[in-house]
Design a protein around this ligand. Structure first.
Ligand SMILES: Nc1ncnc2c1ncn2[C@@H]1O[C@H](COP(=O)(O)OP(=O)(O)OP(=O)(O)O)[C@@H](O)[C@H]1O
Ligand SMILES: [Mg+2]
Length: 414
């Protein structure tokens, strides 16, 4: 049976809908139509998202049409039905807004029942179609590729944005980039995006409950990459918990083949939650003594916490033969091999400032080649002209949550 929600200020209409549905509907509190989808969802008070929304459009038809359009955006599977005496212009606008049906104001219970039944059927068909995995996400037990470093300014965002646009280029629609540098993330700026929605919108309200709604609050990048931008204001970071982060990454990994995560420097609670969900870890360090020493400590800590996945890659950024340190020095200090070197490049700062990653503009540069090699190293050459492998490295069993954050606290105390 369809979940029907009625928004009206009329007790008389509420009674008619009660008769039409034998009481199987949820009336919002009597009053003017909700001002926006956020108010609509708040009035649901945690009830599941509706299949059918009946809006009483008699008082303010233009607002009803605009609310219908915005609800449609948030709940793409739902059918919106208007009740009102619409002139041809409003009716046309309603049609364009995706309204399923318009019921005349004097419609009896039988007419209302028929309209709601048809709207419910169409909502169910749409929900089934939307649930079908697309070719880009088919079989997704997605990889979560996280980019971390102990120190700031070593190239995490450069690496994360370039990897993400390259993965999206290889398989459009397959990749989402999440900016989990929650306070000061600059992925949106590095991709020249002006997001309408931010991280906070993905971990609250209907987007948290429903992966279809979640997809509607992702920001689209011209390469086909989906992006979740960090909050607009550092203060909003308090609204995102580490549990929210873990939940979001799990849902994204069930919907996308690749989830690329940019992080803040160090091992915050949020980054530990990211590490718990990570299948492939990219550890970035600069080629200087503080950077390399920090990397040594980070790797040691992650080993102790059992948070270093088998698929991890140590990336030495700003690599230069003129550096006082050699690669052998770096490897000796961090106690493991360097997997890939990214050369210093004049094109890198410009690309961040212009908001066009090197692998998007395709500028010929040794760093561009090295970044592409990094993508090949992490995901193989899948979709870069060769068929995708049948299986991906196994992700950690969810039956054994690792509670990294609490272990980290114990480690610090010990
Ligand atoms: N290989 C490189 N050659 C030259 N410049 C680089 C290179 N890698 C990164 N940069 C530049 O270094 C600066 C810092 O890079 P980026 O923002 O990617 O680092 P980050 O680790 O994300 O920093 P934060 O910790 O502050 O988020 C940017 O201006 C970027 O263009
Ligand atoms: Mg950064």
């Amino acid at each position: 049976m369809s979940r029907i929600v009625l928004a009206t200020s009329s007790a008389e209409l509420r009674d008619r809908v009660h008769q039409a549905t034998a009481g199987a509907f949820l009336p919002l509190p009597l009053g003017p139509l909700p001002a926006d989808p956020a108010q609509f969802f708040a009035q649901l008070e945690g009830a599941p998202l509706p299949d059918v929304v009946l809006l009483d459009a008699r008082e303010d038809p233009a607002h009803a049409v605009s609310l219908a359009a915005r609800l449609q955006q948030h709940c793409p599977a739902a059918s919106v039905v208007l009740l009102g005496d619409q002139g041809p212009e409003t009716a046309l606008a309603a049609l364009r807004a995706g309204v399923r049906d318009i019921v005349p104001p004097g419609a009896g219970a039988a007419e209302i029942r028929l309209a709601l039944e048809l709207a419910g059927q169409s909502a169910q068909a749409r929900a089934a179609a939307l649930a079908e995995p697309t070719s880009a996400t088919a079989g997704a037990a997605g990889r979560v590729i996280s980019v971390v470093s102990p120190k700031g300014g070593v190239g995490k965002t450069t690496v994360a944005t370039n990897m993400a646009v390259e993965l999206a280029r290889r398989s459009p629609g397959s990749t989402v980039l999440v900016d989990l540098d929650i306070q000061f993330g600059d992925v949106a700026s590095a991709l020249d995006l002006e997001p309408e929605y931010f991280l906070v919108d993905t971990v609250q309200g209907p987007a948290k409950q429903d992966s279809m709604v979640l997809k509607t609050v992702l920001t689209q990048h011209p390469t086909g990459l989906h992006v979740i931008a960090a909050p607009d204001s550092p203060a909003d970071a308090d609204m995102v918990t580490s549990d929210d982060v873990a939940h979001l990454l799990r849902v994204l990994a069930s919907e996308f083949r690749h989830v690329v995560v940019d992080t803040a420097p160090g091992l915050s609670e949020h980054t530990l939650a990211v590490l718990d969900e990570t299948s492939d870890l990219v550890l970035v360090t600069s080629m200087d003594v503080p950077g390399v020493r920090g990397m040594r400590k980070e790797i040691d800590t992650l080993r102790r916490l059992d948070l270093l996945p088998p698929a991890h890659h140590v990336v030495l950024n700003f690599a230069s033969p003129k550096s006082l340190l050699t690669v052998a020095d770096v490897e000796f200090t961090i106690g493991t091999g360097v997997d890939l070197q990214l050369p210093r490049s004049k094109a890198a700062p410009d690309s961040i400032d212009q908001g066009v990653p090197l692998l998007q503009s395709g500028v010929r540069d040794p760093l561009t080649r090295a970044l592409r090699a990094l993508v090949d190293r992490v995901v193989g050459t899948e979709d870069s002209g060769q068929p995708a492998p049948d299986s991906y490295p196994t992700r950690r069993s969810r039956s054994q949550p690792r509670r990294a954050a609490s272990r980290w606290r114990r480690t610090k105390v010990a």
